[in-house]
Design a protein around this ligand. Structure first.
Ligand SMILES: Nc1nc2c(c(=O)[nH]1)N[C@H]1C(S)=C(S)[C@@H](COP(=O)(O)OP(=O)(O)OC[C@H]3O[C@@H](n4cnc5c(=O)[nH]c(N)nc54)[C@H](O)[C@@H]3O)O[C@H]1N2
Ligand SMILES: Nc1nc2c(c(=O)[nH]1)N[C@H]1C(S)=C(S)[C@@H](COP(=O)(O)OP(=O)(O)OC[C@H]3O[C@@H](n4cnc5c(=O)[nH]c(N)nc54)[C@H](O)[C@@H]3O)O[C@H]1N2
Ligand SMILES: [Mo]
Length: 763
């Protein structure tokens, strides 16, 4: 591990020429020039495919290169010419592969042949798709009941595949549809549904150009949503003020040089954040309670930010909320937030002087015990100031996976909304299961006790993405059968149930052809726009099936024909995706005329009442929600650990061991730590440490986990907090330490102690 400092230090802009060079290098290394340019030229273009990199929306006017450095990495990584099949699996035992890093596994290339690991076998061996479907069908049917089976989805899956998948799973007889969003924005969905009546954001891309004040909270867009920086840059150039709320001074939040703008490349780009607020990890609920308290205290003065007309006309719960704000002391706010009162005053005064306010956020808010309450406190701020349901304002949770929002819209949920369920019931002649489904954390717990015995994963890397890696690995190994529908090899293929299956599939950038011709799929971005995606590359192997075909063929094999034949012809659906979309039109509220609307340029916008100021809660009003103020409190000698992404990974897919914007090179096994906290413990940069994490369970017992072998690196992080990379640090995250109300693991606030491994601890 090394730490390099550029001469311009931290203030150098994100992206710029370096981003162009890295993209060119990725083309050279992963696909070659012709295939690379061919695939990149169609990313995010009308008539092309949706970039699998993130869920940020596309502008109406697109440039020729409508992708970013990290989108290019994601695209080129799946468009790679390398592939693996039976020879690779004959050469390497599963145990041997399990010793390899996530990066090495991904670098081997695309999966091309269905493979099986039979009980007791040391190697995967090839089989045909038909044999694989038969084995999986037998495995699922051997479970004591459909509720003993679970079906995970990762958010790259198309609307068509996700809709059919949930239909198949419910026809089979269970609602067990755990999903990557359980680990991700579930807290946002739960919070916003209760506050506003919809579990999604209320902002359009255009609103960024109209907003006068934008808060970017708990989010690292320079790495994870780089195209968002273009929207922030434009907002800045139009005069908006941007406030970043983040313990880290993330590079992309400081300055951004648009790689396609010559003047940016020459002068180092546009300054993004006007104000940097650096709270304690998990100090955001207290910070926003503080801003709201300040606004209420300032109300008697001229030009108050409090919008009483909006509050009276559109909201409920203000009295109780005001009482809870009054009851919260300043000393508690300052202690829990880690932000000075003068800074809070500055933010409140700013809010009073600006017309449209947007709050955006991502994992820095969603992965804490009080995540739902924190997001509701941010929403209370927007409601107090009348900043929901008008142009240039609103709530903007920025989704992660490129179609995670779409998957939820088309039914990957533990319990279907009533109208959706009624429509589905009336179209089909099987009874929908009634027991609410298990989410990701519940699925792992159920695997451990025999409550789930067969597991299917439509994309993703369930083991590495989940908390408590060792526990989850043991839980998976108790399953009778596990099956992965995947593009690339990952750790979830190597720690499996007794029997394990791999179904390789086409990626989004590849052409999908059936007997009815070339097929398109569709996706929904973070702002509720649904649009088409058409791959343009030749598949990396001629026999690969699409996700839709795999789901249809599994359904055809699994479901008793007498229960569904009259209503559903799975083979026909697999051949012609228009037929799937007709079915979605008839069943999923908001998707009428799906095929026709999809052919409109840029797709269509799903209805979103709160965006227009029509709150879709039961009362028809937006709700102020009062929660007690809280913060995950490290005990004496403890620190609070957040697990974050580097600039060179997509979730569990690791592209390199560098994190350029943070100056980390050559290793991901690092612990970023404040120099004061290092000194107290007598630690030096580069020193090897063991980390122990702690969690008090519901029964009062203290659990611990440990991870040896991280190297300490002095870093500009507020004292009391430390950071390590996801997924390497996941063994420290506890399965039963989850956000209240959403059950999202608390991956950003883990109590830890740090001990030197180079001799006895000197603390
Ligand atoms: N290139 C790339 N793009 C991606 C992904 C990827 O891995 N690579 N992943 C995709 C997915 S699925 C998702 S969900 C998104 C994730 O996008 P992000 O949420 O940006 O990802 P994280 O790395 O988890 O970053 C969390 C940020 O929150 C800050 N933070 C941590 N704890 C706190 C806190 O308590 N308070 C505040 N205010 N800030 C905090 C961290 O310093 C960090 O800047 O990105 C998506 N896009
Ligand atoms: N500690 C900690 N844990 C976290 C997080 C964190 O911040 N900290 N973040 C959480 C978040 S936000 C998320 S979203 C989850 C991510 O959880 P997942 O979505 O489960 O994980 P990914 O790493 O995105 O999945 C990568 C794998 O998906 C497969 N794949 C890629 N593209 C396709 C495709 O088009 N089709 C199919 N069928 N397969 C494909 C490849 O085999 C690849 O190896 O992780 C969560 N876990
Ligand atoms: Mo995510």
């Amino acid at each position: 591990m090394t730490r390099k400092r550029s001469s311009a230090g931290e203030e150098r802009g994100a992206a710029g020429i370096k981003a162009l060079l890295v993209t060119a290098e990725s083309v050279h290394r992963r696909t070659g020039l012709i295939r690379g340019m061919r695939v990149l030229s169609q990313a995010n273009q009308a008539g092309g495919f949706d970039c699998p990199g993130c869920a940020w929306p596309d502008p109406d006017e697109r440039s020729h290169a409508e992708f970013c450095e990290n989108g290019a990495k994601a695209i080129l990584d799946e468009a790679t010419c390398r592939s693996i099949g039976r020879h690779f699996f004959a050469q390497h035992s599963i145990d041997e592969l399990a010793q390899k890093s996530e990066r090495w596994l991904n670098d081997q290339g695309r999966l091309t042949e269905p493979m099986v690991k039979l009980p007791g076998a040391s190697h995967y061996t090839p089989l045909s798709y038909d044999e694989a479907f038969l084995l999986l069908t037998q495995g699922l049917r051997s479970a004591p009941s459909p509720d003993h089976t679970a079906f995970y989805t990762s958010g790259r899956t198309s609307n068509e595949a996700a809709f059919l998948y949930q239909l198949m799973v419910r026809a089979w007889g269970t609602n067990n549809l755990p999903d990557c969003s359980n680990l991700c924005h579930e807290s946002s969905g739960v919070a916003l549904k209760e506050s506003l009546g919809i579990g999604k954001g209320t902002v359009r891309l255009l609103d960024f150009q109209r907003a006068e004040l934008i808060f970017v909270i708990g989010q690292n867009p320079g790495t994870n949503h780089p195209r968002m920086l273009s929207a922030l840059r434009e907002a800045k150039l139009k005069g908006a003020t941007i406030v970043s709320v983040n313990p880290l001074r993330e590079r992309g939040l400081v300055r951004f040089a648009h790689p396609q703008d010559l003047s940016d490349l020459i002068d180092g780009g546009v300054k993004i954040s006007d104000i940097f607020v650096r709270p304690h990890i998990n100090g955001d609920q207290a910070l926003f309670r503080g801003i709201n308290k300040m606004l209420l205290e300032l109300e008697p003065q001229k030009n108050s930010a409090i919008d009483r007309r909006f509050i009276t006309k559109k909201t409920l719960g203000i009295e109780a909320y005001e009482a809870s704000v009054r009851a919260t002391s300043w000393s508690e706010i300052l202690e829990k937030s880690g932000v000075e009162q003068s800074k809070i005053l500055e933010l409140a005064q700013l809010a009073a002087s600006k017309k449209g306010v947007i709050c955006t956020w991502a994992m820095g808010l969603t992965q804490h015990l009080n995540a739902v309450a924190t997001i509701q406190e941010v929403t209370n701020f927007l409601l107090l100031t009348g900043n929901v349901g008008k142009a240039g304002a609103g709530a903007c949770p920025v989704r992660g996976h490129s179609n995670v929002q779409g998957d939820r819209s088309v039914g990957i949920v533990p319990e279907l909304p009533p109208l959706f369920a009624r429509n589905m019931q009336s179209h089909l002649d099987f009874q929908l299961p009634v027991r609410p489904g298990l989410d990701t954390v519940q699925t792992i717990a159920a695997m451990n006790t025999g409550g789930v015995q067969a597991f299917v994963s439509l994309g993703g890397n369930f083991l590495s993405a989940s908390p408590d890696t060792d526990f989850t690995r043991r839980a998976l190994s108790k399953c009778k059968i596990t099956a992965q529908i995947s593009t690339k090899l990952n750790r979830s293929h190597l720690h499996t149930g007794e029997t394990a299956l791999i179904f390789p599939c086409l990626s989004r950038s590849e052409r999908s052809r059936t007997n009815s011709g070339e097929q398109i799929v569709s996706v929904e971005n973070s702002m509720g726009i649904v649009h088409a995606s058409r791959g343009n590359l030749e598949p990396c192997h001629p026999d690969l099936l699409s996700e839709v075909s795999i789901v249809c063929r599994l359904a055809d094999s699994l479901l008793p024909h007498d229960r569904t034949r009259s209503a559903l012809d799975w083979r026909a659906l697999g051949e012609d995706h228009d037929k799937i979309r007709d079915l979605i039109s008839a069943i999923v509220p908001g998707f009428s005329n799906y095929n026709a609307r999809l052919s409109e340029p840029g797709g269509f916008e799903l209805e979103n009442g709160p965006r227009e100021g029509r709150f879709t809660t039961k009362s028809g009003r937006a709700h102020f929600i009062s929660s007690d103020l809280s913060r995950a409190a490290p005990g004496p000698g403890e620190l609070l650990l957040m697990t974050i992404r580097s600039h060179d990974q997509f979730n569990t897919t690791v592209y390199s061991d560098n994190d350029r914007y943070r100056g980390v090179y050559g290793s991901r096994l690092v612990l970023l730590m404040n120099e004061v906290d290092m000194k107290v413990r007598g630690l030096d940069t580069g020193e090897l440490v063991a980390i122990t994490s702690y969690h008090r369970s519901a029964d009062g017992s203290e659990q611990t986990r440990s991870l040896p072998g991280l190297k300490v690196m002095a870093y500009d992080i507020p004292s009391g907090g430390v950071a390590a990379y996801f997924p390497e640090a996941n063994p420290l995250v506890f399965l039963d330490s989850c956000a209240k109300g959403s059950r999202t693991p608390t991956s950003k606030s883990i109590r830890v102690t740090v001990e030197s491994l180079s001799g006895a601890s000197r603390s």
